[in-house]
Write a protein that binds this ligand. Sequence first.
Ligand SMILES: [Zn+2]
Length: 257
Amino acid sequence: MTLMHPREVEFTLPIGYTNGDSITRRQGAIRKMTGRDEAILADKANQRNGGKLVTELIHSCITQFEGEEKLSRQDVGQWYSADRNYVLLRIRSFTFGPELQAQYTCPACGEQMQVTENLDELPVRSLGASETLEDVRVELEDGYWDQDQNCHRSVTLTLPRGIDESAVAPMIRKNPSLGKNALLARCIRSFGDMPMHRVEALGAKLLADLTLTDRRLIDKALNRAAPGVDLLRDMECTSCGKEIRANLDMTHFLALD
Ligand SMILES: [Zn+2]
């Protein structure tokens, strides 16, 4: 890949995008955000839908992608969320620098800690060159009881994509927990012996009926399997010394001030 412009930088997707020709492509280049992208951030429709915002922003900032003359919004929507988050991080770091002001609150003593995060130093797990993404299989402890009193315990899931994020964004705005159920429901590939049309009809209700024990098993399995940027931060409270685990505070991630 030849960089056309000094304001471009290359990236390699942690998972990659497989188009109709079944070739997985991972290499591309981005440019810095411009005033045009500021308009994308300020657009009310984008602000209401985080998935749509990320699609628009990545689509706007990508200058090259291997094998594609022009990457479409539909292509970017088909990318795995892990790849989208990775490129978003690269765009932010390239435009505004890798430093991010974050704030964390200790759940034990309420101490507020200001931390300067370095986005370029977050751990990234990428698939190997010949590795392809496998579906995630989870064995539930309690399972789902259907109307005929059969219990279904084996779940197979794929990782979420941009189109899934966009589809559940309105629900996440209303209720994050229900939104997450809807997102996971879209990722189910099989659930015990239930026919898929039945699984799809049940949708988020299926997830809502699972015990929290099983929900945790699914979360753990997905986190373990997921390539991409590790956004979990481990730190020690500066006041009481408690070990804290929190998601990266992205409040000021794309703030333009
Ligand atoms: Zn504390």
